[in-house]
Design a protein around this ligand. Structure first.
Ligand code: 8Y7
Length: 285
């Protein structure tokens, strides 16, 4: 059923290697938001020329893959129509694929997944883990890799008193179940990446419990993607740092996640993260 997607195939090779060879550094995924309202860089790269030059700069900085998002997942962000999201995202996907850059598309909409896959996106990054009607089908049809992220509730309500009996087993069970749903649908195991979804329906305590349990998630048979970059839990721990002032905390979290077995780091600051990883690798070899 699934198409062959050459870009996805090379991403699969990278993911398999980082998952299996212990001292390799994780892959670095650079974040590009083509939105007027994302939480840390909303509006900065809203027009597609600015977004393209930002994406190319992150690629030049050494990003292994660029994650393009056309709809903010910030609480209270306004919903975006399918057409609007396509208009924001597709020109950038095409321009990057044309240059041989690996592309991930951050979307929850099956129509965007299909178009992105046709244009050669190597990965679909879905914060709702392909739970929308038709999403499993769309990803299977593209042959892309999929990142399944855990989120409790939806972006509008998720930070209103999130509650878990046991956050670690709930997240682990959810990711295992969604991965099984993908495999049952014909998405190959090596095309599935899992992510605990830091900050998505989680208090600081929940995020820290999950972080300490990361080795448990690493032991599942899927590469592990982690996104801590500039998130508010880091600002809080560091002592009330605002978004623009969270780079040191983000680098600390990136290295802690690396030590705990993260295979992909989703970050805003690619160059700085790669410097930190070079030091990590030199010291761990
Ligand atoms: C994550 C994400 C965001 C994350 C994955 C932000 C789209 C908020 N966070 N996708 N997206 N994992 N897979 O801070 O942690 O960038 S949006």
């Amino acid at each position: 059923m699934a198409l062959i997607n050459l870009n996805a195939a090379s991403l699969c090779t990278l993911l398999t290697n980082v998952k299996q060879i212990p001292h390799l550094r994780p892959l670095v995924m650079g974040i590009v938001n083509v939105t007027p309202d994302s939480f840390s860089d909303g509006g900065n790269y809203y027009n597609s020329e600015a977004a393209l030059s930002h994406a190319l700069a992150l690629s030049d900085d050494g990003a292994d893959i660029i994650d393009i998002g056309g709809e903010s997942s910030r609480p209270g962000a306004s919903p975006v129509s399918e057409d609007e999201e396509l208009n924001r995202v597709m020109p950038l996907v095409e321009a990057l694929v044309r240059r041989g850059i690996l592309v991930s598309v951050d979307t929850t909409k099956p129509a965007i997944m299909r178009e992105a896959g046709k244009a050669g996106a190597a990965m679909i990054n879905d914060i709702s883990a392909l739970q929308h009607e038709g999403a499993l089908d769309a990803v299977a049809a593209t042959g892309a890799v999929v990142c399944l992220m855990h989120m409790k509730g939806n972006p509008d309500t998720m930070q209103k008193a999130p509650y878990y009996d046991d956050v670690v087993s709930e997240v682990e069970d959810f990711l295992t179940a969604r991965a099984k749903a993908c495999e049952d649908f014909g998405i190959a195991r090596d095309h599935i990446v899992i992510d605990p979804g830091f900050g998505f329906g989680k208090t600081t305590e929940h995020n820290l419990d999950l972080m300490r349990a990361l080795p448990k998630l690493r032991d599942l048979p899927y590469p592990l993607l982690v996104g801590w970059s500039r998130k508010s839990t880091l600002g809080e721990i560091a002592g009330g740092r605002n978004v623009a002032d969270r780079l040191p905390a983000s680098l600390a979290a990136a290295l802690a996640a690396t030590n705990a077995g993260a295979n992909v780091l989703r970050v805003h600051d690619v160059k700085e993260t790669l410097d930190a990883l070079k030091v990590w690798r030199a010291m761990n070899r």
